[in-house]
Ligand binder design. Structure first.
Ligand code: SF4
Ligand code: FES
Length: 276
């Protein structure tokens, strides 16, 4: 495909050996549809093999390639260079994390905070069902809607990078973890609610440290809207503290005989493409 124009990538480089971040410039011949990630691969393959960045799925699913371009948070794999309408791209790693090298931030603190809010379904009435399932929990579409949007989080870390509270207070749990606390607390299959996720109300690190700036929602490339999740979480905690806990519906249960033959009208499985 024909080159449309040359675009300069100004990349903030850092290596632990040198210690000090410095800008480096590379010219990239851009073709129609080329993404920022493809531009970075072009530089690595043709100009500087030492350039480091993180990517895996290349389709906006794994969350590995979040970075800042011209001050805006993006996923490099789903952002087309020409759609940025700029001749120079200032490419930087996410903020509010230590940088391992170049565009590779250390996301470990985000994952640690994520784990503290118990981001999974807690069951008390039938814990054995999780180890040895005998059926499925039932959920109505409007019960799913309560948390569906928040379950689209791919843990890219952009919201944490954009959050001004995290930048001034590294103890704050941050928008990613707190959004997931809300996501599980309102799931009708969960029996833990916010009571068993008590870290979310911690006075030093919990959700009331959020000033509702909304930068997290602007930064999120998946439309999760963590800012809204945190406001809904505050509401849940507020009602709960006054004994007005919303009566949460409990998911029904449907037992399945896994050994039963499929019903006669069940769709047939597709034919095998490879024998054996
Ligand atoms: S909420 Fe959005 S920005 Fe934050 S980690 Fe999840 S996908 Fe990324
Ligand atoms: S490489 Fe997976 S989201 Fe970009």
């Amino acid at each position: 495909m024909e080159k449309v124009k040359d675009v300069v990538f100004r990349i903030l480089r850092y290596s632990p050996e040198d210690g000090k971040p410095t800008w480096s410039e590379y010219e990239v011949p851009v073709i129609k549809g080329m993404t920022v990630l493809q531009g970075l691969f072009h530089i690595k393959e043709t100009q500087d093999p030492t350039l480091s960045f993180r990517a895996s799925c290349r389709m906006g699913v794994c969350g590995s390639c979040a970075m800042k371009v011209n001050g805006k948070h993006i996923l490099a794999c789903q952002t087309q260079i020409l759609k940025l309408h700029a001749d120079v791209l200032n490419v930087e790693p996410l903020s509010n994390y230590n940088v391992i090298k170049d565009l590779v931030p250390d996301l470990f603190p985000m994952f640690e905070k994520h784990a503290t809010v118990k981001p999974y379904i807690i069951r008390y009435s039938d814990p054995e069902e999780f180890n040895d399932p005998t059926g499925e929990y039932l959920q109505l579409p409007d019960e799913l809607e309560e948390y569906l949007q928040f379950s689209y989080c791919i843990k890219c870390g952009a919201c944490v990078s954009a959050c001004p509270v995290v930048s001034g207070d590294e103890d704050f749990l941050g928008p990613q973890a707190l959004t997931q606390a809300y996501r599980y607390a309102v799931d009708t299959r969960d029996e833990g609610y916010i009571v068993d996720r008590d870290v979310v109300s911690d006075i030093v690190s919990g959700v009331f440290r959020c000033h509702f700036v909304g930068a997290c929602s602007d930064a999120c490339p998946k439309g999760v809207d963590p800012g809204m999740a945190l406001q809904l979480l505050k509401k849940e905690l507020f009602l709960n503290s006054f004994g007005l806990k919303r009566k949460k519906k409990t998911a029904g249960f449907h037992r399945i005989d896994f050994n039963a033959p499929p019903p006669p009208d069940a769709p047939k499985p597709p034919p095998k493409t490879v024998e054996g």
